[in-house]
Design a protein around this ligand. Sequence first.
Ligand code: GLU
Length: 277
Amino acid sequence: MNITRSARLGLGVMALAVAATACGGGEERNVTQSAENGSLVVGIKFDQPGLGQRNPDGTFSGFDVEVAKYVADKLGVNEQNIEFKETPSAQRETVIQNGEVDYIAATYSITDERKNKVDFAGPYFIAGQSLLVRADNQDITGPDSLNGGKKLCSVAGSTPAQKVKDEYAQDVQLQEYDTYSACVEALRNGAVDALTTDDIILAGYAAQSPGEFKVVGEPFTEEKYGIGLAKGDDESRDKINDAIEEMIADGSWEKAFNETVGASGYPMPTPPTVDRY
Ligand code: GLU
């Protein structure tokens, strides 16, 4: 009887442990602590050329990757001790909150809503939402021309998807995918008419497939890219803000831009001012 009971208890505990792992119920990380322990787990995108990309040989490249590496270096962690983890748009707050990553540099806009769950250093870049269409498209010229039931792709959990839902969804068919590269495929094969997200991301896809797509219209939002980290990790946020300022001041920001996003023809903007909120 006793054995059965303790066995049952044991199973119960195991089930709880499995449930906790399955929903990633870990503790938030402290970036400074991780750096002192010698390594960092950094969230990036794997499929955004010029920004965050996993190359066929397993290396990583892009502007976000360069910013992430510069910050890590200033925290005393060299690139060999960074583990890059793919963080699709909809998962970013969650993986910070459950301690799967130390910080995220993944075209991650600083918003008040997200600030309820995570904190942000930065901004380290300012982009704007725009539209990508097939090169031969004539009738989509800006967000208003999506009316009339056009099929628009964006990514779940992203600010552009939210913006379209809030302001244009009356007469547009929004289709949310997990990643922008999936949207690009849908645009290529005609399943959607347009893709919306930040202009700098779209420029990367357009450059990857010359002659196939074009970015249309003027940017219609302001997207301030921040480095996301656990809420309340103020010491680390200050250090990351210092690192971003140094990256801009010592010319590394400009160099990183030119060597990554620059290839798409996206013009280099003035670097932003870090906002120490
Ligand atoms: N910057 C926007 C956002 O954070 C769009 C890009 C993305 O989804 O990564 O939601």
